[in-house]
Write a protein that binds this ligand. Structure first.
Ligand code: COA
Length: 274
């Protein structure tokens, strides 16, 4: 049960298990105003609560994915109002990082166009990312005298190789979706005309996975990066044990039965029958 609400700056479009969470200020290239941060927080909660939502696809309305923080409404409007600045910053971090990077359902960033500055954080927070070949990315902060803050630098340093992170952050040079795929900022890129179909196909394939195994795997890959090998071994053993007892679908037993006894499934080539 659950319902998808309506919001001033975010649109929720549902289609066959997928909820498209659309940053919806196309006239401002979907730049993130404080209102967009507040709306996004609630819209993502709707997606968590909505049983029909199996996968979330984050994208932008019009010809932009997101042009970063709204320079007027997010920055200038709170220059003399530290309390508003604090509130905006907190909301901005909460949905883009705390909520999205640990989202209880699969998430895909579908980058349909311009993607600048602060928008790199929500791309990095999604489990997977597909861009249009034609999309334009840029760490433009250096061009207007600020740093890639709000954990953008941290994300870029984690996701990209060192030389690419330095190059794009220090030059502010733009790069296309194709180049974003080549440097692995996104998983892959396709022509814009194929972007939606490709993303839907991927989303449907993720829907077939055992949900708790998917989530634990995602959490494991994200978490082990900051651990020593000893910590990682301990964490992963504990997670494996938790999965064995905590999976309501009892996926492991089902899969073993189908592979070993019924000979009806080959784990190398696809999912067990849930
Ligand atoms: N903050 C506030 N407003 C923004 C914005 C941003 N990040 N990005 C775009 N807009 C606004 C423009 O000011 C313009 O508003 P107006 O119609 O009231 O004049 C409107 O969106 C359309 O932008 P425009 O520049 O005319 O569109 P474009 O298609 O020619 O160019 C961009 C698109 C994204 C390349 C360009 O707007 C841009 O460089 N934006 C800033 C990107 C950036 O540096 N983001 C990092 C912020 S952390």
């Amino acid at each position: 049960m659950g319902t998808l609400g309506t919001y001033e700056t975010v649109r929720l479009d549902h289609e066959d298990g997928i909820t498209f969470v659309v940053m919806n200020r196309p006239e401002k290239r979907n730049a993130m105003s404080p209102q967009l941060h507040f709306d996004m927080h609630d819209a993502l909660d709707d997606c968590i609560m909505d049983d029909a939502t199996k996968v979330v696809v984050l994208t932008g309305a019009g010809n932009a994915f997101c042009a970063g923080q709204d320079i007027k409404e997010f920055f200038r409007a709170s220059d003399k109002d530290p309390k508003a600045r604090l509130r905006n910053r907190r909301a901005s971090h909460a949905w883009r990082w705390e909520k999205l990077s640990k989202f209880p359902k699969p998430t895909i960033a579908m980058i349909n166009g311009y993607c600048f500055g602060g928008a790199f954080t929500q791309v990095s927070a999604c489990d997977l990312a597909i861009a249009a070949d034609e999309a334009v990315f840029g760490l433009s902060e250096v061009n207007w005298g600020i740093i890639p803050g709000g954990i953008v630098s941290w994300n870029v340093a984690n996701v990209l190789g060192f030389r690419d992170a330095m190059w794009f952050a220090l030059t502010g040079e733009t790069f296309t979706g194709k180049e974003a795929a080549a440097i692995k900022f996104v998983n892959r890129s396709v022509p814009l005309a194929e972007l939606r179909d490709t993303t839907v196909k991927l989303a449907h394939s993720l829907q077939q996975k055992n949900p708790i195994a998917y989530r634990y795997t995602r959490d494991a890959i994200r978490s082990v990066r900051g651990m020593s090998v000893e910590q990682a071994a301990d964490y992963l053993n504990a997670k494996s044990d938790a999965l064995k007892t905590g999976d309501p679908e009892q996926g492991r037993e089902k899969a073993m039965r189908q592979f070993l006894d019924e000979k009806s499934f080959k784990p190398g080539f696809g999912n067990f029958k849930r």
